[in-house]
Design a protein around this ligand. Structure first.
Ligand SMILES: C[S@@+](CC[C@H](N)C(=O)[O-])C[C@H]1O[C@@H](n2cnc3c(N)ncnc32)[C@H](O)[C@@H]1O
Length: 431
C-alpha cells in the first residue's frame, strides 16, 4: 500500500483509512448554544465540544443541521457513510456526522494544524462517548491534496464536505474524483461578490458563468454554485442532481448538496442563461441554441439594451422535493421540529419544500420592486399569494428573501393583480 507523505500529521496510513463495519453509536440529538462568542455544542449525554478560535454564527445553526439530516438519510438508504470533512475547522461538523448521522468513518482534515488540539479533543469526546477509537482520523493537508491522495488510493467517500471561505470551485474536480458514484458533495461558498454580478470576471473564473447584477442575486449565487458542479461533473463524465440549496444572509453563506452520478447529463435543459429585462421586470431562461435570439417582447422599450443576461448556470429546481420531504420526516422523528421545537428549521424546510415546485422559474419577485414599478403601495405578501393562486399561478415564499414571492406569474401580470387588489381594498374602504 502507498504511504501518504504525512508531513503535518503523526498518523499512519492505516489510521487515516480505517474501515469499520459495525460502529456502535447512540441515538441522540445535538443541541447548540452560544455564550460570549464561545460556541459550545452539548449532546443529551452532556458531551461538550470546544470551538477553539473558530467563529460560529448562532444564526447559521439551522443551516448546519441540513447537512447532518441529509447525511443520515444517505446512511439509512445505502447502509454506509464514509465522510471526508475536507475543511473541518474545529471538527464540530465531523463530530456531528459521527454522532447524529452515524457515519462509519470521518476523515477530519484542515490545512491549518493550529486547531489540531481542539479537533482531536472534540473527536476524542465522541470516542469516549462510544468507546470506539477507529471511526475517525485527523489530517492537515491542503484539501486538494488529501482529495487527490484519496482518489489515487482508490479510497472513495460517500460524502465530501467542502466548507471553504470564498469560492470552492478549485476543489470541485478533486472532490468529484474522490467521491463514490452516487455520493454526496456538500459545497459551501461565502463568495457574495461573484453572485452580486459586479465582478463578472470573478464569477467567470470561478464558475464559468458570466453573472450580471440581478434583483435576486442571492439565488443566482446558489445557481452559480450548482452550475459550476454541473460543468465540472460533465467534464469528468458525470452528472449532478441538486438535493437542496440554502442561502443564509449571515456570512453570506451559499450551501448546496448535490448527488454525483455516473454518465453525462442526458439533457441540458437546466443549464443555460437567465435573462432579466430591466424594462419590464420579466425573467426568462434561455438555452445555448437560443442565445442569439434572446430578446424581450415587452413593449415601449425605454433602454437600448434592457436585457441583463447571466450564465451559463443552473436554471432547474433548487431542491429535490423527495429529499426535502425525507429530511422533514427525519427532523420530526428526531424531535428537531414539531410540537413547537425547531421553528426556524421547520420554517426553512417548509419553504424549501414549496420552492421545489418544478413549475417555478428561477428568481423571485421582490414586493418592493413590484410596488415601485406599479407606483403604488405593496399589498401584503399573503394577499398577493392568494390572488396568484386564485389565478392558477404557482406562488410561494422564498427562503432567501423574506419580502419576495417565487412565482411563474410574470412581473406585468403581478402588477395587474396587485393593482386589482389595491382597487378592491379602496372600494371596501369607501364603503
Ligand atoms: C469555514 S471554515 C470551516 C468550518 C468547519 N467546516 C465547521 O463547520 O466548523 C474553513 C476552514 O477551511 C480551512 N482551509 C482553508 N483553505 C484550505 C485548504 N486549501 N485546504 C484545507 N483547509 C483549508 C481553514 O483553515 C478553515 O478552518
Amino acid at each position: 500500500m502507498l504511504t501518504l507523505p504525512l508531513s503535518l500529521t503523526s498518523l499512519s496510513l492505516p489510521q487515516i483509512f480505517p474501515i469499520l463495519q459495525n460502529p456502535k453509536v447512540g441515538n441522540f440529538s445535538l443541541e447548540t448554544s452560544k455564550s460570549n462568542f464561545k460556541y459550545l455544542a452539548r449532546t443529551e449525554r452532556g458531551i461538550e465540544f470546544e470551538t477553539g478560535n473558530a467563529f460560529f454564527r448562532h444564526e447559521s445553526a439551522t443551516g448546519r443541521d441540513l447537512g447532518v439530516l441529509a447525511a443520515s438519510l444517505y446512511k439509512q438508504s445505502n447502509g454506509t457513510l464514509r465522510v471526508l470533512d475536507a475543511m473541518c475547522g474545529c471538527g464540530i461538523r465531523s463530530c456531528r456526522y459521527l454522532i447524529e448521522a452515524k457515519a462509519d468513518f470521518v476523515l477530519a482534515n484542515d490545512a491549518n494544524d493550529e486547531q489540531r488540539r481542539v479537533v482531536l479533543g472534540n473527536l476524542k469526546k465522541v470516542e469516549r462517548g462510544f468507546g470506539d477509537e477507529r471511526r475517525w482520523a485527523v489530517s492537515h493537508f491542503d484539501a486538494n491534496r488529501i482529495l487527490t491522495e484519496c482518489y489515487l488510493q482508490r479510497d472513495f467517500f460517500d460524502l465530501i464536505d467542502i466548507d471553504s471561505f470564498g469560492s470552492d470551485s478549485m476543489f470541485l474536480r478533486s472532490a468529484m474524483n474522490a467521491l463514490r458514484l452516487g455520493g454526496l458533495l456538500y459545497l459551501t461558498s461565502t463568495d457574495g461578490y461573484s453572485s452580486g454580478g459586479h465582478r463578472p470576471f470573478c464569477s467567470l473564473a470561478a464558475y464559468g458563468a458570466y453573472v450580471r447584477p440581478l434583483p435576486y442575486s442571492n439565488e443566482i449565487g446558489l445557481r452559480m454554485l450548482i452550475g459550476g458542479a454541473v460543468r465540472e461533473a460533465s467534464i469528468l463524465g458525470y452528472h449532478v442532481i441538486p438535493l437542496f440549496s440554502y442561502y443564509s444572509y449571515h456570512g453570506p453563506v451559499f450551501r448546496v448538496l448535490v448527488q454525483v452520478n455516473r454518465g453525462k447529463p442526458r439533457e441540458i435543459r437546466h443549464y443555460g442563461f437567465i435573462a432579466y429585462c430591466n424594462n419590464c421586470g420579466i425573467t426568462r431562461t434561455f438555452s445555448w441554441n437560443e442565445l442569439g435570439r434572446m430578446n424581450c417582447s415587452c413593449k415601449n422599450l425605454e433602454e437600448s439594451s434592457p436585457l441583463s443576461i447571466s450564465g451559463p448556470l443552473w436554471t432547474g429546481p433548487l431542491h429535490s422535493t423527495n429529499c426535502i420531504k425525507q429530511m422533514w420526516s427525519l427532523a420530526e422523528q428526531w424531535g428537531w421540529i414539531g410540537n413547537g421545537a425547531g421553528l426556524d428549521l421547520e420554517k426553512l424546510l417548509g419553504r424549501m419544500l414549496e420552492e421545489s415546485d418544478p413549475r417555478l422559474p428561477p428568481g423571485y419577485i421582490k414586493m418592493d420592486e413590484m410596488s415601485s414599478r406599479a407606483k403604488m403601495n405593496s399589498p401584503s405578501i399573503g394577499a398577493m399569494m392568494s390572488a396568484l393562486h386564485k389565478e392558477g399561478y404557482a406562488a410561494t415564499r422564498s427562503h432567501i428573501s423574506t419580502n419576495a414571492i417565487k412565482t411563474d406569474c410574470p412581473m406585468p401580470m403581478c402588477i395587474r393583480i396587485a393593482k386589482e387588489l389595491q382597487g378592491a381594498l379602496n372600494v371596501n374602504h369607501a364603503n
